[in-house]
Design a protein. Structure first.
Length: 196
């Protein structure tokens, strides 16, 4: 294993990556690059005269789109099967967000960063931020707070028109139930409990 800067045009995506990023999140990633720079190396392996991505395809694509000429990469030698398993694991091993702690962190950030700017920096709607604010105001005895601490899976926000569809989609993806219908029902139940 070694770490080097590699020209972006010498890097190619693999053919198996199941991880997809919505367009709005890709735009957010590019904006973050412009704000703080390229902070995390990608993981690649040498294949013929190129380097194939094992982890970090979205960071590579964002760098390319932002006309970055070279990126820092961790270079490893792996066969196909090991690279594929590593790719899957790198996408899965990200941890999950505890909505209560996340809400508290967002409220703390609002002490130093304007709400509108914070929403922009986090690619978050005002309604989503307000819903997290609501989480911090609930007592520990409420079903929503208990669900947040126990399952780390539930948060809610108001849905006002189609502009929040992407936020709804991300929320539904974070709720671990069998079907999208069940996820939507759970989201509605959580939202109604929070309003009550």
């Amino acid at each position: 294993m070694r770490i080097e800067k590699i020209p972006v045009d010498k890097i190619v995506p693999n053919k198996w990556n199941p991880n997809e990023m919505p367009e709005d999140m890709m735009e957010h990633l590019k904006k973050e690059f412009r704000r703080v720079g390229y902070l995390q190396p990608i993981l690649v392996r040498p294949v013929k005269d190129k380097y194939e991505i094992i982890d970090g395809e979205h960071r590579w694509q964002a760098s390319k789109d932002e006309n970055v000429k070279e990126v820092e990469a961790v270079i490893v030698d792996m066969d196909d099967a090991t690279a594929q398993v590593t790719s899957i694991n790198m996408n899965k091993i990200k941890g999950e967000t505890n909505p209560i702690k996340y809400a508290e962190l967002l409220m703390e950030l609002q002490d130093t960063i304007d709400k509108k700017l914070l929403c922009d920096m986090l690619a978050m709607s005002k309604q989503e931020l307000e819903a997290y604010d609501l989480l911090t105001k609930l007592s520990k005895d409420t079903p929503l707070a208990q669900a947040g601490e126990r399952l780390f899976e539930t948060f809610s926000f108001s849905i006002e028109g189609s502009k929040n569809i992407k936020a709804v989609r991300r929320t539904l993806e974070s709720i671990r139930t069998k079907t999208n219908a069940e996820k939507l029902l759970k989201l509605c139940e959580v939202y109604q409990n929070a309003k009550a």
